[in-house]
Structures are given as structure tokens and as C-alpha cells.
Design a binder for this molecule. Sequence first.
Ligand SMILES: [Zn+2]
Length: 324
Amino acid sequence: MKKYIGCDLGGTNLRAALVDVESGEVLHQKSIPTLAREGHDAVMGRMADLFLQVIRSVGMQKDDIGGIGIGVPGVLDLEKGETLFLPNLPGTWPHVPLADTIMRLTGLPTALLNDVRSITNGEWRFGAGRGVDTVAVFAIGTGIGGGLIVNGQLHLGIGGTGGELGHTMIDFNGPRCGCGNNGCLEAYASGPAIAAMGMKAVSQGLTTRIAELCEYDLNRITPELIAKAAEAEDEIAKDIYEKAGFYIGIAAASICASIGPQRIIIGGGVAQAGELLLDPIRRTLRKRVHIMPVEQVEVVLSQLGDNAGVIGVACWAASMNEQI
Ligand SMILES: [Zn+2]
């Protein structure tokens, strides 16, 4: 079977990996700065060069490559292969024919997929979602991304917009979310929301290890630092993770009711807190879900780390090729 290229188009870095889509192995990878301020034409040119370089550097020819998958941070028109709105890239890339342009520049079939749906596909095929057919993924970082596998298929919805689990509403009167709605999970349990809980505790003058660890500099408070304080048995830090896990659990309870997942995967930088976060999620689910066998729902950490997206989108490109 031919190898595929999986690409992660990030606001800061462009990463391309050569992936064996039968084993999920990353055979080679290279990362370069996106230089997004130069505009989409320049970025697409650099992407195409990067792909060709990756192919050459392992001594392969274009004929050995089945195609390219690009994980894109934003909203896409999957049918046209266009980007519609990439909030983290200058200019936001409205109606940029990304798939056609890369196909023209490289001569290889190219498929697009949202970046967190790429991660979802990767974790399902070769990571924490292996062996089950209905999975929900929460990727908790600067925002909260998500993705769903339903009945053995990556769920897309209109234009691939389905699966935005970070925008599950957990309080319709809640604080404003970046998406324009109120009370989305992302406004409560993203990395910045968790850090903000730590900042509030320190600025209120509460006695907490968080204050010592950040040396009373609020800007140094991160979810990681709060996790460190919690591991040292700091009650306030433990309470912050308890709250974050509760909020995620509330959103996950709605997902249990709607899709009956066998597994819920928690990934992203904040998931490094491990059991500090998973434990309250599990407890909240057990308390709040009664309509389905919640004791059978496993809540686990993601397994593929930074490689999930490039592996997932390479597999996506392969599955698109098989359909032709
Ligand atoms: Zn939202």
C-alpha cells in the first residue's frame, strides 16, 4: 500500500509527516515555520515544497505516495476543498482553494479535514479509540476542540462542522464564549479558563501553593502549574481541577445521552493533568447520566500526542482515495 502525507497547518508551524496508514507509523517528518503573515499563497507554496522535500528525503518518488491530507484549524467547505474561516491565521483565508492548489503544485490528490477531527480520526484508528466504534474526543488546550466517531465512522455533519464538543452549552446564561454564544464548555474548562481560576484565587489572597509556584506573578499561572500545586495536595488547586472536570463531565453527560459512546478520550495540553481531571469527569458522569449504561463508558487519556492529527488526516486522505 502506498504511503500518505499528513500535514498539520498550524498558526505557528507547518508539519508534514510521511505515514504508513496500515500501521499508523510516522516514517519521517519535518516542521517549518508557517510564516502566516505572508498570506495564503506564500503559505501554500511553502506547504507544497515541504511535501515534496519529505518525499525526496526518504528516497521515494511521487508514485509511491497515495495522497496528501491537511488538518486545518477552522471551518472548511469539504466538497470544494476550500477554507472558509481560519480564526488563528492572518486574513482568515475565506474561500481559499487549498486542496486544488496543493494538488496542482504537487500533482498528488489532496483532502482537507478540520484539525481536531483529524486528531479524532487518528486516536480512533491507532490510539486510545482502537477497538470500539463510537467515540467522543475532547481536546483541551487554548480552546476546546472535539470530534465524534459514530457507528465506525468519523462524523462530519454539514461541511465537517459536527463534533464541536467545546461548544456544548453547559449553562445557557453563562459567560460569553469566543464563538459568540453564552455558556459553552470552552468558557469554563479551556486552558485559559483553568488558569483564570488560579489567578482569581491568588489575587483574592487565598493561601495556596499556586501563589508560591508562580512567585506571585499572575502571568505565570498555567494549568500545568496548578496541576503541580494540586499534586502537592494544595486544596485550592485540587478544587480547580475538580471544577474543570465537573464542567467537562456535564458536557460529556449530554454527549452520552446523544451518541452513547463506548469511550470518551480526553486530549490536549490540559490532559497532562491526568487523573486530576479524569477522576471528576468519571464521577460527574456516573452521577448525572441515568438514561444509558454509563458504567460501560470508559474515560481515557489520548495516546498519540502530537502525532494524532497527522496520522488521522493521512488516514482520512487514504479513505477518500479508496472511495474514488
Ligand atoms: Zn462557544
